[in-house]
Design a protein around this ligand. Structure first.
Ligand code: ADP
Ligand code: ZN
Ligand code: ZN
Length: 675
């Protein structure tokens, strides 16, 4: 007898509910399964959604119930755990389930396209190495590393751990050996290794592949072409890939036999998705580990205050690596250069110039860090006070001299550099301030013989050019490297003994309460590029020189002492007294409109729309950068001492806001990071 089923389908739409469709199971035909995709009529078109439940009846009136057009059976169904993960993410971040789950699976695997799916399945079958987890060339761990790796591998059930290890302490080796133990123990086990940005750390991918020659390693990140993404995603979903290395989006990969999650540089802001589903991949990873009852290892030299707080309170187990792993490699000495006394020329103080000179004489490499790309942040006219404001944003247009352009970094407006002042005609326009291009130019004047390389988003636009640039540093073809945060992350430069930090002061006085935490992490990370190998005979001791106007600032004091413990504990105390995260939970409603007053008015209405005991709703305010690309932006901050109370309120509130008529675009961020 044919059976009639009701499929409850999640669709990728802003409507926050499941859609019912009928499905007739003919005699002898397979039953539809939860976790399969169904092709369904939706309005005037067809779409593909995920079956998340199957029932015998529907609340829809029979004449309204439409039938599904097809159920896709080729792809192994997604597991209930995976669906539960998507459901949690959707609920927590206040989005419809379908918006999370459906785009989470590559298009070709959902769409009616058996050819490409078949091809991928066949290729995976062929590429699959024999199930052999014997690693190659594992170095002997030092006792602290061994203890950490064993703690992870021997953990039972949900075990969140913070690997707090100074730069160069060999955290990567702990990850690999913990993973190796787990993979060797269980022939089907999968390990997820998350990193902030894959393009900046190809070294790690190569290391992993070399280390586990017998295992399939899949990579997942936004830079993959559709075909590659499908292949890697499928390898993970089918359990063939035993190691998955990926960026934040990998946290939502389907991994049916996941046994360990590792999050490298867990403090890194890239783990936060800043549009659409604004999720924290770190937080989701911890949730996923709890769901599956497995260990999760969060590694950093400068842990986020959230994780630090958990470690201090005993919720996370703290594993420490206090020393550098390479024999005789020591942390660099950090020194401050007072710019009031040692006045810079071309942005460089005489102390820094002498230090650079010594490195050049000894054939060692130096790195100058300046987190500002372009030639100068502003072009200005001394005669009348004109400055290069962007006409569409609350921002300056940045001078890019080699490209002969003024560029807005927020709306990407581009103009030719004006020959004379647009207001008064003065031809002598002045660059104000200093970006990486200008530093590069100044350096070349001071050291005409030096081989100088700039690495920033401008110099590495072409695909593969960042890799080529980093390779040339590793190969010793560069004497002085100038770069933005792109150079701060992860690189193991062996011959680099000097790091100069050019203009970090502005972040000291930011209105953003997270700015000092971020600055410290960034400076510690870039400092960590120096002295990663043992000091050579006759070579320089490694050092970090910071040019500052505020040498007394406690942040620099902690940095000189390499004392993140004290710094982090101090910040936590401040946060507790001020009532800020992680002692308080926040959500931020943003609104965008043609005029600021419209955005503010919407937020005001939103604030008054629902009773909210236990939730503080602050006044709506313009965002710091109010206008971007001719759109005005405002925000409304919500705070609560109780996360469940905030969650419960948001659920109700979102329902009301979705029904509210307005001329704004709005979005909600839970646990916002930039406020
Ligand atoms: P981190 O990620 O903590 O900054 P890395 O994992 O990059 O540090 O390791 C720093 C350097 O130490 C690398 O060159 C690595 O090969 C080396 N290393 C790690 N563990 C050991 C070990 N047990 N013995 C010798 N060298 C090691
Ligand atoms: Zn002028
Ligand atoms: Zn602009």
């Amino acid at each position: 007898m044919a059976q009639f089923r009701i499929l409850k389908v999640a669709l990728d739409t802003p409507l926050d509910f499941l859609f019912d469709y009928g499905w007739l199971v003919e005699d002898g035909a397979p039953e539809p399964q939860v976790g399969q995709f169904a092709v369904v009529p939706f309005g005037r078109r067809e779409t593909t959604g995920l079956i998340v439940d199957i029932a015998d009846s529907s609340d829809l009136a029979p004449e309204k119930l439409k039938n599904a057009l097809a159920v896709r059976t080729q792809l192994a169904p997604l597991t209930p755990q995976w669906i539960a993960l998507c459901r949690f993410a959707a609920d927590y971040y206040q989005r419809p389930l379908g918006e999370v789950a459906v785009p989470g699976v590559p298009k070709n695997l959902r769409a009616e396209n058996p050819v490409s799916l078949n091809r991928a399945l066949k290729k995976i079958g062929q590429d699959r190495p024999a199930p052999d987890a014997t690693p190659a060339g594992m170095p002997l761990l030092n006792p602290a590393q061994q203890q950490a790796a064993d703690a992870v591998a021997d953990a039972h059930g949900f075990a969140p751990m913070l690997l707090y290890g100074v730069t160069g302490s060999g955290k990567t080796e702990v990850y690999l050996q913990a993973a190796s133990q787990i993979l060797a123990r269980e022939p089907e086990a999968q390990v997820l290794i998350m990193i902030p940005e894959i393009n900046l750390t190809p070294q790690l991918e190569n290391n992993i592949r070399a280390r586990f020659p017998g295992l399939m390693v899949a990579t997942l990140h936004s830079g993959l072409a559709e075909g590659e993404r499908m292949f890697h995603w499928l390898a993970a979903h089918l359990g063939h890939a035993r190691i998955v290395l990926g960026t934040r989006l990998a946290v939502l990969a389907s991994l049916p036999r996941l046994r360990l999650i590792i999050i490298d540089e867990e403090h890194d802001p890239s783990y936060k998705q800043q549009e659409g589903l604004r999720y924290s991949a770190r937080d989701l990873a911890v949730w996923r580990a709890r769901q599956l009852g497995i260990p999760v290892l969060l590694g950093s030299a400068t842990p986020s205050l959230e994780s630090w707080h958990h470690a201090q309170s005993g919720r996370y187990r703290k594993l420490e690596l206090r020393e550098r792993a390479v024999q005789d490699a020591v942390l660099p000495a950090v020194r401050l250069i007072d710019m009031e006394r040692d006045k810079p020329v071309e942005g460089l103080t005489s102390t820094l110039i002498s230090a650079l000179k010594r490195r050049l004489e000894r054939g060692e490499q130096s790195l100058l860090f300046l987190n500002r790309r372009g030639y100068a942040p502003v072009l200005g006219c001394d005669a009348c006070g004109w400055v290069s404001n962007c006409t569409r944003c609350t921002a300056f247009m940045v001078l890019h001299r080699p490209e002969h352009r003024l560029r807005c970094h927020h709306c990407s407006l581009e103009l030719r550099i004006p020959r004379s002042c647009p207001t008064c005609g003065n031809v002598d326009l002045q660059p104000l301030g200093r970006g990486t291009q200008r530093v590069e130019e100044g350096l070349q004047l001071v050291f005409p013989q030096a081989r100088i390389l700039r690495i920033d988003a401008d110099s590495t636009r072409r695909k593969g050019s960042a890799q080529a640039a980093f390779d040339s540093v590793h190969n010793g073809e560069v004497d002085i490297l100038v770069g933005t945060q792109m150079v701060a992350k992860g690189h193991d430069f062996k011959n680099l003994t000097l790091v100069g930090i050019l203009n970090p002061d502005t972040a000291l006085f930011s209105h953003d309460y997270r700015a000092s935490e971020r600055l410290f992490a960034q400076l510690m990370q870039v400092s960590g590029r120096a002295g990663r190998a043992a000091q050579k005979e006759g070579g320089s001791a490694s050092e970090v020189l910071i040019q500052t106007r505020y040498p007394q600032h406690p942040l620099y004091g902690a940095l000189m002492a390499h004392d993140y413990d004290r710094f982090a504990n101090g910040l936590l105390e401040e946060r507790q007294m001020a009532g800020l995260p992680p002692f308080l939970y926040q959500a931020l409603l943003r609104a965008e409109a043609k005029e600021l007053s419209i955005a503010i008015e919407f937020l005001q209405q939103a604030a008054e729309s629902v009773e909210h005991p236990g939730i503080v709703i602050n006044d709506p305010i313009p965002m710091t950068m109010t206008r971007v690309a001719n759109v005005d932006r405002a925000q409304l901050l919500l705070e609560s001492a109780s996360r469940p109370a905030l969650q419960a309120f948001l659920k109700v509130w979102m329902g009301v806001l979705r029904e509210m008529k307005s001329r704004v675009r709005w979005s909600l961020e839970v646990d916002p990071v930039d406020i």
